[in-house]
Each structure stands twice: as C-alpha cells, then as structure tokens.
Write a protein that binds this ligand. Structure first.
Ligand code: ADP
Ligand code: 3PG
Ligand code: MG
Length: 394
C-alpha cells in the first residue's frame, strides 16, 4: 500500500527536510514557460509541506539533455514557482555536491529549494547507486509527486527512494492514481473511451485493458485508418501502422459491438494543402484522411455529450488539429467532453498533444474532471505495466 502525505501526522513534518520528486518537464522557449500545468499540479503538495514547517527540496528532470545546455536549465521554473506561490524559491545550479549541501544546510523551515535538472548527470537515468545515495543524503523523507515520470526506473524515482525509511506519494500522484484506477478497474458506466492520435504502438496496451471494460470505444485520428484497413476499407494513402494490422483485425473480431469507426473523413492531397473534401466511406488513392468527417463528428459528439451519468476517457486528437482546416473534429470532441462534464459525467483526458488540442479548442482544465499530467506514464499505467516509481512506494 502506498502511503500518502496525510498518513503522517503534522508533527512528523516539523523541521524535517523533504526531497520531493516532481515533474517540471515543461516546454521552455527562450526562457519562457509555455504550458505550466505540471507546475501548478505540484502546488498542493508543496503548500501542504510548507504549512507544516517542512524544508522542501524539489527535484525534477527537464527534457532529454545531452549536455548541460542552458536551455535545459530549471531556473525559469523557479521563477514561475515564485510567482505562483508568492514566495522566493531558492535555486542551486546542480543537484548534488558541495553547493547543494550548503544550500540545504541554509534552508529554514517552510523554505523551498529547487535543484538543477537531474539529467545533467547521466547517472540519474542509469539509476546509479552512488548518485542515488548522494540525492538521498540531502533529506529525511522522500515524496514522489511525479506520476508522469513514475514509469522510469531512475535514481530520483527509484534508487534514491529505496534509501529512505519514510517514502510517500504526493497529492498529484494520488489524484492520478485514483482516477486511473477508477477507469482501469471499476469505471462508472456507461464508460466511453475515445482514442485518436498517431501512436498506435504506444496505445495498444491501454486499449487492450480498456476494451473489455468499455461500453464503447470511439476511434478517430490516424489510429482509425489502421482499423479501417483491417476491416478491408479503402483508406487512400492515409498512414497506417502495418505492424499492428493483425492486432486491429483481432480486436475488431472480438469487440465488434464496441469499436466504433469513422463513417466519413475530411481528406486532402497533402498536409500543406488548403483545400479538403469530405469523403464518405472509402478514401480514393492519392488522398489522405486528416480529420473525421461531419457525420462522424455528429455521431461521436452525441455519444460523448449524452453520456452524462457515465465516465469518458479521451486520448489522442481526432485529426491533424495543429492545422486549422483539419481541427474541426478535435475541437468538437473537446467541446463535447466539456458538455458531458457540465452535465455530470466523470471525464478524463490524457496525452500531451490531447491537452494541447483541448486548449486550442477553448476548453479549460476546469471543464474536465481530471487532466492527467502523464503522456507515456498514463498509457503504461492503463496498460497495467509495472511502474518502478510506484512500486518503490509500496
Ligand atoms: P497524444 O500525445 O495526445 O497521446 P499522439 O501523440 O498519439 O497523441 O498523436 C498526436 C498527433 O497525431 C498530433 O500531432 C496530430 O496532428 C496527429 N494526428 C491525428 N490524426 C491525424 C491524421 N489523421 N493525420 C495526421 N496526423 C494526425
Ligand atoms: C513526460 O514528459 O512524459 C515525462 O516527463 C517523462 O519524460 P521522459 O519520457 O523524457 O522520461
Ligand atoms: Mg503525443
């Protein structure tokens, strides 16, 4: 059983040093933070700790750096965090070593110190025992609030955690687990799954687990073409995942009554084209499907919007939404998700591009029951894969 923050008494935090693994892997362009959702989701845990006079050390990775390039520095995150929390977040430009030790020694209760990108040391991803030891030596208790990195067996998510007697899950981690477990094991019915995007390979495990539980699974985006091809439909030159055609065929045989595929498509000669036409059923050779068509939009939107007593999980845009002329399907699905939420459904959205699509559609996080911070981690969790960062907390 994972212990969470509230499993310790307030007194047990007093004056202690907490090493908190967060996921501040956000997009930073020229020092400006693009989407700060992951940062905001870490606030309840940080707030809880500082109110209990804990000294807080935050650790995270950012991107996949090959060297210590400034563009992978977490410094801009300390600035954003200071703005959100209205307090000065201290920052030190390494995550182990003498300077870090000194900064930790100088921390007062309720102060917060953010360490530099863990991946500036290659030992982090190698789960190196010595590096883990150095991280662990900084603090008294370990907290993981980074669900979205818990599928990685790295020093900060695993090795360092093994060295603490007290290891806890943070509030964001708990929220993610609670929602994902609900849909994985006991979804509120009717349970609709909406899958789109391109990365079939990454989604198969999750789909295999969700198919038996779902009442309906609506498929759109590029993912739909693999299924349509498996069904013997003409899909023109739309991209398919050849490796998973057989799997798609088997799923269709087994779950024929559950899997819903597009009945029309918005097709075009190239992704750069500014003209597109609706194709019913078959897509001619030389054409690509870049969005679901208007009848499909209506059908999917109705099913989602009317599922007011149930739950809905959506991962993957319905088309090449980054381009406005192919964004209509995705925008309508996002709006129907919001409508279902307002009518009472439990709605969940996962996936980096899906979150971007939701924002582009003008739907805010407050119009969704839960937006997962995880991309890969969410799919792996739903697939039932082992998550080292969670196992070590158990
Ligand atoms: P997520 O990150 O939400 O899990 P994916 O990474 O699987 O989603 O897929 C997102 C990408 O899929 C987006 O960049 C989108 O443009 C693309 N996409 C979806 N449908 C199509 C399509 N029909 N043709 C081309 N690209 C598509
Ligand atoms: C993510 O963005 O999915 C997490 O932060 C994990 O990042 P990674 O895939 O580089 O390990
Ligand atoms: Mg993606």
């Amino acid at each position: 059983m994972i212990k969470f923050l509230t499993d310790l008494s307030d007194g047990e935090y007093f004056g202690k040093i907490a090493l908190v693994r967060v996921d501040f892997n956000v997009s930073i362009i020229n020092g400006n933070i693009g989407e700060d959702y992951r940062i905001r989701m870490s606030i309840p845990t940080i707030d809880y700790l500082i109110k209990r006079k804990c000294k807080v050390i935050l650790i995270s990775h950012l991107g996949r750096p090959k060297d210590k390039s400034l563009k992978y520095s977490l410094f801009p995150v300390s600035v954003r965090l200071s703005e959100i929390l209205k307090t000065n977040i201290k920052f030190v430009n390494d995550c182990i070593g003498l300077d870090v030790k000194k900064s930790v020694d100088n921390l007062n209760p309720s102060e917060i110190l953010l360490l530099e990108n863990l991946r500036f040391h290659k030992e982090e991803e190698l789960n190196d025992p010595e590096f883990s030891k150095q991280l662990a030596s900084l603090a008294d208790i370990y907290i993981n609030d980074a669900f979205s990195t818990s599928h990685r067996k790295h020093s900060s998510t695993y090795g360092a955690a093994t060295l603490f007697d007290t290891k806890l899950g943070g509030f964001n981690l708990k929220k993610e687990i609670d929602y994902m477990t609900m849909i994985k094991s006991n979804p509120i019915r009717p349970f609709l799954v909406v899958i789109g995007g391109v990365k079939i390979k990454d989604k198969i495990g999750a789909m295999e687990n969700l198919l038996p539980k779902a009442d309906k699974i609506l498929i759109g985006g590029a993912a739909a073409y693999t299924f349509l091809k498996a069904k013997g439909k003409k899909i023109g030159n739309s991209p398919i995942d050849v490796e998973h055609l057989e799997w798609a065929k088997r799923s269709l045989d087994r779950y024929n009554d559950k899997i819903v595929l597009p009945i029309d498509h918005l097709v075009s000669k190239s992704p750069d084209s500014d003209s597109a036409i609706i194709c019913k059923d078959d897509i001619p050779d030389g054409m690509f499907g870049y969005d679901i068509g208007s009848e499909t939009i209506q059908n999917y939107s109705n099913q989602i919007g009317s599922n007011k007593n149930g739950s809905i999980f959506w991962n993957g845009p319905m088309g090449f939404f980054e381009k406005d002329i192919f964004a209509n399907g995705t925008i309508n699905i996002a709006k129907s998700m919001a409508l279902a939420y307002w009518r009472g459904a439990k709605t969940l959205i996962g996936g980096g591009d899906t979150l971007a699509a939701m924002k582009k559609s003008g739907v805010s996080e407050s119009e969704v029951s839960h937006v997962s911070t995880g991309g890969g981690a969410t799919l792996r969790y739903l697939a039932g894969d082992k998550m080292p960062g969670l196992i070590i907390l158990e």
